[in-house]
Design a protein around this ligand. Sequence first.
Ligand code: 5AD
Ligand code: SF4
Length: 436
Amino acid sequence: MNKKVLIRTYGCQMNEYDSELITGILTTAGYGVVTDPMDADIVMLNTCAVRENANRRVYGKIHDIRHKHPGRPVIGILGCIATNLKNKLLEDKHLKIDFIAGPDSYKRLPEIIQQACKTHNKIADITFSKIETYEDIVPERVEGVNAWVAVMRGCDNFCTFCVVPYTRGRERSRSVKNILNEVKQIAREGFPQVTLLGQNVNSYHDNSRDFADLLAEASKIEAIKRIRFMSPHPKDFSNKLIDVIANNPKVCKHIHLPLQSGNTRVLALMNRTYTKKGFLDLVDRIREACPDVVLTTDIIVGFPTETDNEFNDTVDVLKKIEFDSAFIFKYSQREGTIAAKKYPDDVPEEKKTARTVLLNELMQQTALKKNQAMISQTCEILIEREGNNRSENGWAGRTNGNKLVLIPDGDYKISQLVNVKITEATPHLLRGIPKS
Ligand code: 5AD
Ligand code: SF4
């Protein structure tokens, strides 16, 4: 009988996509993929190492699986955490992990799993490839409105706080032709939306063709209604890219633009390669071309040596730009990074907490103001699901700018585009009524 595998995914969208690739690889190799741990012979956790609490969560999950599972499933760890923690994971006597496989080793998984089941030897494959892009793998996608497509993998930026260049290796892009074939297939499968993914998505290139060209080409595929992308780096935001976002109706007017810090000295220590002024100028350029763009960001507070005054620059930039929303992270020292080697983690935890609270409060106000400004406007939403988080009746969809909108019950279906008049706003969502 075919062995059954359960894959649990944590972390970013790239991990979600990778799990779809892994599912494709394993089902082709004859494995059954299940969702209930009780049915699984093999359990794999595809995890993230970017922020520390993700690591802790994995340790918790493994204990949980061991506790609940009646037999002893073979357990594997995949993703960034595998390359980041390597032997620490395998040698941990409590975890009892059987194999680890890094982001460039997924094609070898059928072989690795077979060996782990047969020999009960511990196996690790975390070698990096300069070329692996999984171009030839057909991902097995989760049904819904959105299909992820990784257009490039790895990262060469070496932001000093970040493990990704060490856990996912060097940057490499797929060919335009291969990506467009995948998007055409996605369209045939009925997904109305595609999200192009990359650790530094706008440094994508295929010979002379860049990310702006790729967006323009993808938008020509008829059945695709919306194209999103994640995450760009400010340093690679060309006017040509801004032009495509502003003028191509299928390219969504939402840019997740990680700021990290508003202070030029801290940005230099982070190796972000832009200044406070450079970032503000970029946002001016974007807004000039595309006034209704929705901007969101990531912030790290308490990077080593960040003073109160320097933190105030971040507050200043958030007040000036008025992002629609922001993820605020406390700096967490990650093993192997440049910051971990060069700078002691010297901002006290209480200061990190106080700075996080202050920014979250500021962002609540800004997000509410931004959302309230949409009241009475009419937006086109793409219906994503029935019901909403509080199990109220109705439907939930997203605007072109990626804002969640709840509408009352009615005769709709998933993937339908509906015009909605916004009637209510909170910092996190909008409510509206369909316009006939
Ligand atoms: N500590 C805190 N936040 C981090 N991020 C990446 N590395 C760290 C770290 N060491 C955040 C950044 C990035 C997001 C994906 O995670 O803000 O944009
Ligand atoms: Fe990490 Fe910087 Fe690369 Fe983003 S651009 S993945 S933060 S190194």
